[in-house]
Every structure is written in C-alpha cells, then in structure tokens.
Design a protein around this ligand. Structure first.
Ligand code: GDP
Ligand code: MG
Length: 292
C-alpha cells in the first residue's frame, strides 16, 4: 500500500543568536546542535533529520548571517549559501530581542525563490502587543508564505511550525535512511560539545580563536576513549584555556565528558590537549584540515 510521503530540505537561516540551533533541537526533540549565549557559535551547516511515518524533513542549521571579517567567516557564509541551493523551504528566523538589523537576511529570502516561512522567535520575552506590531512591520518587508510566532526555548508553537513546513514540502520519497539523524559522524558532534563548553566558560574573544579536533575515538572494554586537541591562535591564549594549575581545562573536560556520555549513551574517557596553531582562522591550510 502506498501512502503519500513528503520529504525535502529546509534551511534555517537568520542573524546570530536568533535561536536557530535551539529551534533545530526542539524540532528534532534531541540536542544535536550546540547552543551558547554568544553570537556565531555555529560554524558549519549541520543537517538534522526529522523522520516521521509519512515524512522526512532534512533541516540545515546554519551559522548566523554576518559580514565576513576573516577566512573562517567566508567559509561560514559559503555554508549558508550552499544550504540554500538545495532547500525546498526557507525558515527565516528573526528574534524578538534581535540586536541586528534584518535587511541582510531579508535580502537572502528575496533571492531564494522558495517558500519562505518567517519565524518570529523568543516571543516568551515579549508582550502580545509588541509581537503583533513586529509581525505587521515585517509582513510588508518580504514575500512570506507564512508568518508564525514561536518560542524555540519554551517549545511554544513549534508543532505549528512543523505543520506549516510539511504543508510546503514536496511529495517525495525519503533522501536518507529513516533511522539516520544527521549526515555528520559522531566525532563531529563530540568536537562541537567540547567547543560549546569553551564558549560557555571562556570570555570575550578567546572562544572565537579556538577550534577542536578529535584525534582518537576508540572503544575499549565498555569505555570509549577520546583524545582531542583544542587549537588556539596565539601562545597567550593557551594559558587562558589551561587555567591556574589546569583548572580551566579540567572544567571544560568534565562538562564535555558528561554531555558526550549522554550523546553516545556510553561511559567516556576524555583527554584534552591545547595546541597553538598560529593564525588558523585565516589559514586555508588549517581551515581545510579542520573540515571547512
Ligand atoms: P543561534 O545563534 O541562532 O543558533 O542561537 P542559539 O540557538 O545558539 O541561541 C542563542 C541564545 O538564545 C541562547 O542563549 C538560547 O538559549 C536563546 N534562545 C533561543 N531560543 C529562545 C527562545 O525562544 N526564547 C528565549 N528567551 N531565548 C531563546
Ligand atoms: Mg547556532
């Protein structure tokens, strides 16, 4: 018996800190993408696959739209464009506490030529009146297939958004195995979890100068042994990551290990090393090595 099956690619785009990664995780009912209060945490396009009986929605979480300042930013913005190339539906996220002007993201939506769902996130922070005003003001600024107000964090109206996405998806067979959650290997998510802790624990520019690389991942008698390098741009940053008598690196390690254990559903031994990779953010060689 054949039933109607919907599937397609949905690109989640917006300025930094609008709650794109939180939204992806809420839509999937699982923590896949890392979340921090700092802008520009997400550096790669991350696929998250929502599998239902009669649908498969392939979401792309993307880095926040910014003006590039160095080569890493160029790569991040390329990943935003790539995600739009195969998208069937664009989910454009604007937050009620938006700190950036929305013109640039609205321009992207204009050029996309696919159904655009304007999502106004973080409505838990606002009054009904101000949400109404915001919707009215934005509705004149683009050609939106739908406009919906949600709270990704409080899980308000996210089901409603999913229904709207399904409405605009084509009837197609699934692209991926129905038990697949992402296109990225476990190693990638482990590095992301470690990066999340660095972004949470360290201040100012330090997190932006770090990158994490998983070197070893092996199972040994019920335990998963993981070794990872934390790369910094300058020698002066190495000390900050290690902290007084190793206190900072121990904190990063402990928090990351707990989350990795939840993610892998297994006991983990985590070993972290800090390395100086001079100016890696502007080095094509380094960026390639890190998978950009
Ligand atoms: P991204 O940069 O767009 O991926 O944003 P994140 O998902 O990393 O979230 C950035 C910050 O906004 C985090 O501190 C989140 O907890 C917060 N956030 C995300 N969604 C909501 C929401 O619906 N309401 C509130 N109050 N905060 C949110
Ligand atoms: Mg993000």
């Amino acid at each position: 018996m054949s039933t109607l099956h919907k599937s397609g690619f949905v690109s989640i785009i917006g300025k930094p800190n609008t709650g794109k990664s939180t939204l992806l995780n809420t839509l999937l009912g699982q923590k896949l993408s890392i979340i921090t209060p700092k802008a520009s945490t997400t550096r790669h396009r991350i696929l998250g696959i929502d599998n239902g009986e009669d649908y498969q929605i392939v979401y792309s979480d993307t880095p926040g739209v910014i003006k590039p300042k160095y080569a890493l930013h160029d790569k991040m913005m390329e990943s935003v464009s790539h995600s739009l190339e195969d998208a069937d539906v664009l989910v454009l996220v604007i937050a009620m506490d938006e700190r950036f002007p929305e013109e640039e993201v609205l321009k992207i939506a204009d050029k996309a030529h696919i159904p655009t769902l304007l999502v106004i996130n973080k409505v838990d922070l606002a009054t009904p009146e101000s949400i109404g005003t915001r919707i009215q003001e934005l509705s004149t600024k683009g050609n939106f297939a739908e406009i919906i107000a949600i709270s990704a964090l409080e899980k308000f109206n996210v089901d409603g958004l999913q229904q709207l996405i399904l409405k605009h998806l084509p009837e197609d067979p699934p692209y991926f195995d129905k038990d697949q959650l992402s296109d990225r290997p476990e190693r990638f998510f482990i590095a992301e979890i470690i990066r999340e802790k660095i972004f949470t624990l360290l201040q100012q520019e330090i997190p932006y100068g770090t990158e994490v690389q998983v070197l070893e991942f092996k199972e040994e008698g019920g335990l998963i042994r993981i070794t990872a390098d934390i790369h910094v741009e300058r020698k002066s940053q190495k000390g900050m990551l290690i902290g007084k008598q190793g206190s900072m690196i121990r904190k990063i390690g402990t928090l990351a290990r707990k989350d990795i254990e939840t993610f892998l559903e297994n006991k983990v031994h985590l070993e972290l090393h800090v390395r100086v990779s001079e100016n890696w953010k502007d080095s094509d060689k380094h960026l390639r090595g890190f998978g950009y």
